[in-house]
Design a protein. Structure first.
Length: 175
């Protein structure tokens, strides 16, 4: 009789040891996979919505340069409050338009004024000009200023900040 009960206990013990080993293996393997695969996923890709200035701080039709400041994630490193770039904001009624402050030609900083027409923009490096709506005027810039999406949340202008490759006629997003 004792021999008949013995295999049942051994089977139960084997099952418990197997389940414990599997749980321990998952406890080691799953975090390891997250650690290795995490940087490949990046920060979600695409742009990032960044809160900038209060809507009331923008005057109708007057360009305002704003710094885009947010947290930056590079693989496993998170750096707080980094200036990622800048954008030009222009309020027209209840809408706000935004363009990257980086020239599409070679990446110089675009400034307001001296552009093609009233409220335009210009690049001091190679004399590219842009109209008040970001359209390319004169100079070597291969395309219009890079437009960025905006929305207003809780009274603040929020910009979908993205960076684009310079020197190409087509808008190619980078990083």
């Amino acid at each position: 009789m004792a021999d008949a009960k013995e295999p049942g206990r051994r089977d139960a013990l084997r099952t418990l040891i197997g389940a414990g080993g599997a749980a321990l293996g998952c406890a080691v393997v799953v975090p390891g996979l997250v650690f290795v695969v995490g940087p490949a996923r990046g920060s979600g890709g695409g742009g990032r919505w960044v809160r900038t200035v209060k809507l009331d701080a923008l005057r109708e039709g007057e360009p305002k340069r704003v710094s885009i400041v947010a947290d930056e994630r590079d693989a496993w490193t998170l750096t707080k409050d980094v200036e990622l770039g800048a954008a030009w904001l222009v309020r027209r009624g209840d809408r706000v338009f935004a363009w990257s402050a980086t020239c599409p030609h070679l990446g110089c900083a675009i400034r307001a004024g001296d552009g093609a027409g009233e409220g335009g923009f210009s690049c001091p490096c190679h004399a590219s000009t842009f109209a008040g709506d970001g359209k390319r005027g004169e100079g070597p810039s291969p395309r219009d200023m890079d437009a960025l999406a905006t929305k207003v949340e809780e009274g603040f202008v929020v910009v979908d900040f993205r960076k684009y490759r310079t020197g190409t006629p087509e808008k190619v997003e980078i990083g």
